[in-house]
Design a protein around this ligand. Structure first.
Ligand code: GDP
Length: 472
């Protein structure tokens, strides 16, 4: 998530402003406070107009508690640390006290670092928030003095009343790209332990995972050996992981598709796997899932679906990855007519209930049957995974669903109300559902909404995330 650093001398009301920013949910609640990397920095996850970011109160770092004992080199150093990672900076000043010499000092530093950056980096947006401007009449007049800081139009705010804070956020958001939150735990809270990996332009990260001997390396060889493929080895992120780049030309259109096959060393290295424990198999697979956009979950159709297959499937869904279920060794299964094919798929689905949205097909890595079709499904799933739906369309589907089946009411006669939905991110598609009280929406109703979203909007091949947010 993009970071917004909040600076200001002591007693300007910085923490009140920070609390306001973090609390500036029109309908939702503060999602989570995440302990910072350093002991005394707290990152608060905030949302404003569909953009997610973290607000860092640099307070304790910039200044000593004693306002008289301000140590300027320290300001500089700490502000620099905060700003190096920030997309936006808010300088909070005191509208009743006027411009303080330290404000000027900090401002000149910010001008140099943020406005006049010449090294081609994209500097953070700086906004001056003039606090303690609660009086509507005097607010602008109070703020006007702060043009002197040379950081653009000062915005009058009131930390205690909340006025002006939305404008500050609006101003910051102009520069902040719509964020893509990646992972959520089972309680629906965001996990921020790793930055989102950037999807290289046009190249899909594909992981081939499955138990030993299901035919992963046979499948890999099929992909890499196909005549239409160009292959090159690229080092993966871990020392012994090797990725392979596969470029496939569609003979019909001449279009080229790029796939980075993840951790192919782990697939090929049979020896270590055969005496490796299940732990290492699972561990390696989990790492590959994390790095993937699309996961191929390979099963052995001569054996059926095992506990471990379900473990892997669950992880794929938890991580929000797109997925294709590939039932391999179909050539070795007796009786392969259409009915047997459908019955076998049905069985697989029953054993993998966590992936109802994933496409599944039965192939033979040995003969190559249906193997090219896998990549078609990968392309389709990746497209859905990164798909964005217009808010108007989304709400049409939502309202239709509610008309069809209104939210249940509690025994106390409280009714669940849905106001509005919006897609806040992709990979996987994530929707914020603004409701009166999330507690009124049980699992059954949530599943119903997801089902209607899928019926109305598709999204085959990708998991969906829903954030249910209540009014405060
Ligand atoms: P991995 O451990 O998942 O990489 O599995 P391998 O690709 O090494 O395959 C394990 C065994 O299954 C080998 O003996 C393969 O020859 C065999 N195998 C792989 N794919 C198929 C298939 O499509 N059909 C049949 N009949 N055997 C296969």
């Amino acid at each position: 998530f993009p970071i917004i650093a909040v600076l200001g001398r002591p007693n300007v009301g910085k923490s009140t402003v920070v609390n306001r920013m973090a609390g500036e949910f029109k309908t939702g609640a503060v999602v989570e406070d995440v302990p910072g990397v350093t002991r005394d920095r707290t990152y608060r996850l905030c949302e404003h107009n569909g953009r997610f970011f973290q607000v860092v109160d640099t307070g304790g770092l910039l200044f000593d508690d004693d306002p008289q004992n301000v140590f300027l080199p320290q300001i500089r150093e700490q502000a620099l640390v905060a700003m190096r990672e920030a997309s936006g900076v808010v300088l909070v000043v005191d509208g009743q006290e006027g411009v303080h010499p330290i404000d000027l000092e900090v401002a000149s530093f910010l001008r140099r670092e943020c406005l006049d950056a010449t090294d081609g980096s994209s500097p953070p947006r700086v906004v001056v928030a003039v606090n303690k401007c609660e009086s509507v009449r005097f607010g602008d007049a109070q703020a006007a003095e702060f043009w002197r800081l040379g950081l653009g139009e000062p915005i009058p705010v009131s930390g205690i009343h909340g006025g002006g804070v939305a404008e500050v956020l609006d101003r910051l958001c102009e520069e902040i790209p719509e964020a893509q939150p990646r992972r959520m735990d089972e309680n629906g809270r965001w996990i921020l332990d790793e930055p989102p990996d950037d999807l290289e332009a046009g190249i899909l990260n594909v992981a081939i995972i499955g138990r030993p001997n299901v035919g992963k390396s046979s499948l890999l060889n099929r992909f890499l050996g196909s005549e239409r493929a160009i292959v090159s080895e690229v080092p993966g992120t871990t020392r012994d992981a090797v990725d392979e780049l596969l470029v496939v030309t569609d003979p019909r259109t001449g279009d080229e598709y790029g796939y980075r096959l993840i951790d192919t060393a782990g697939i090929r290295r049979k020896k270590s796997i055969s005496y490796g424990t299940e732990f290492f198999m699972i561990n390696r697979a989990f790492k590959a899932i994390r790095r993937a956009d699309v996961v191929l979950l390979v099963l052995d159709m001569t054996q059926g679906v095992y506990e471990q297959d379900a473990t892997l499937a669950e992880r794929i869904a938890d991580e929000g990855r797109a997925c294709i279920i590939v039932g391999n060794k179909w050539d070795a299964v007796e009786g392969k007519d259409d009915r047997a094919y459908r019955a076998a798929l049905q069985k697989v689905r029953e054993r993998l209930p966590m992936l109802p949205w994933a496409d599944a097909l039965l192939v033979s890595a040995m003969s190559g049957q249906r193997v090219p079709r896998i990549l078609d499904l990968v392309n389709a799933a990746a497209e859905q995974h990164g798909r964005r739906v217009r808010t108007a369309v989304l709400n049409e589907v939502l309202m239709e669903a509610i008309r069809w089946q209104p939210p249940p009411s509690t025994r106390q006669g409280k009714n669940g109300k849905v106001y509005y939905a919006t897609q806040v991110s992709t990979r996987p598609p994530t929707f914020a559902m603004f409701v009166n009280d999330p507690k009124l929406f049980g699992d059954t109703y949530r599943r119903f909404i997801e089902r209607r979203f899928r019926e109305g909007l598709g999204f085959r091949g990708t998991p969906l995330r829903f954030l249910w947010r209540g009014r405060r």
